[in-house]
Design a binder for this molecule. Structure first.
Ligand code: UD1
Length: 319
């Protein structure tokens, strides 16, 4: 039997992964989460099938005990967001760098076989060539990008020096159900969806012609599981993207068409640390991990919009 640990398992991506692991039915699923950005309600209907540890990855002793003896750790706990890491850099450093160190150390001490680490496409920064390939020089433009890149380096060092298998996946702008729109640092699609349903103007930072490889959360979770099982990939980094790119202006157009409305966005200055274009080369992930995205951007948008519609209360009500 497997013994899975998902750090950040109450978050939007983590809670999707938890459901996929439960569907495999081949082991126990434990969640470690401090509920800072994660929410227990994300796990509501699966709560009785998992073991939940409310613990903060900044506290080594709090996570070492639940991680001891696990077979596989999925390390998704983080303080995400490029702008948040600029406005309030210390907590994001402490969680994303020191917390990641603690997770790798606890995994090694606890005899874990493999850790799959959620790295970030932001590590590339702006590249001259698209799509972005793993062999390109990393060029972080924000504390968040640098922190996530540090985790990759530690992952490969834990593999080579300490015998812990770590596989890093650079997530490319993940979106889907349960992404929280309620913070100024929330992902753009969660903001767009709620603006659309509230019939409000979305804010677009910059000219809206920046592009992103929006990747549906179920595809990312499936890849994460494949990365935990693939042979011969310890210590390596792979892109976890869909392989396409869409501008924010085009994305807002698609959403307006889906809803049959016309709403003019509010354009505001570009954000510090923002990357202009982002698109994953998926060749290596397909070849070595069996990556096989099932959801086109349009299909992912349809499913996500349906979820927000079902879970969305009017602006006057609690959200
Ligand atoms: C970055 C990473 C991504 C990572 C994420 C974690 C890149 C290319 N991607 O996402 O891999 O998972 O951080 O937080 O670095 N925007 C608006 N209006 C809004 C909100 C955002 O126009 O209301 C714009 C941003 O300025 C940006 C784009 O939308 O150009 C995407 O922003 P966001 O969803 O926050 O993600 P990234 O910063 O691209």
């Amino acid at each position: 039997m497997n013994h899975y640990i998902v750090t950040g398992g109450a978050g939007f991506i983590g809670s999707t992964l938890v459901r996929q692991l439960l569907a495999l039915g081949d082991g126990e699923v434990h969640v470690i989460d401090n509920l800072l950005t994660g929410k227990e309600e994300n796990l509501a209907e699966v709560r009785s099938q998992i073991v939940f540890h409310k613990a903060d990855i900044r506290d080594y002793s709090a996570i070492a005990a639940p991680m001891a003896g696990a077979s596989t750790v999925f390390h998704l706990a983080a303080i995400p967001s490029v702008p948040r890491s600029i406005h309030d850099p210390e907590p994001s450093h402490e969680v994303n760098v020191n917390g990641t160190w603690n997770v790798f150390r606890a995994a090694k001490e606890g005899g874990v076989r493999r850790v799959v680490y959620a790295a970030s496409s932001s590590a590339y920064g702006d590249t001259e060539v698209l799509p972005k390939v793993e062999s390109m020089q990393a060029n972080p433009r924000s504390p968040y990008a640098a922190q996530k890149l540090m985790g990759e380096h530690y992952g490969s060092v834990f593999t080579s020096c300490f015998g812990l298998e770590v596989v890093s996946l650079r997530f490319f702008n993940v979106f889907g159900p349960r992404q929280d729109p309620g913070s100024p640092y929330s992902g753009v699609l969660s903001k767009f969806m709620t603006a659309l349903l509230d019939n409000e103007q979305p804010t677009i930072h910059g000219d809206g012609e920046q592009t992103r490889d929006f990747t549906y959360v179920e595809d990312v979770a499936a890849l994460v599981i494949k990365a935990s099982r693939a042979p011969g990939v310890a210590g390596r980094t792979y892109n976890a993207g869909n392989g396409n790119r869409y501008s924010l202006n085009l994305t807002w157009d698609l959403l307006q068409k889906a809803e049959g409305v016309r709403i003019q966005p509010i354009y505001s200055p570009s954000r510090a640390g923002d990357v202009r274009d982002s698109q994953a080369d998926t060749t290596a992930a397909r070849r070595d991990l069996g990556h096989d995205p099932q959801f086109s951007f349009e299909e992912g948008l349809r499913r996500t919009l349906a979820w927000y519609r079902a879970h969305h209360l009017s602006p006057a009500g609690a959200r």
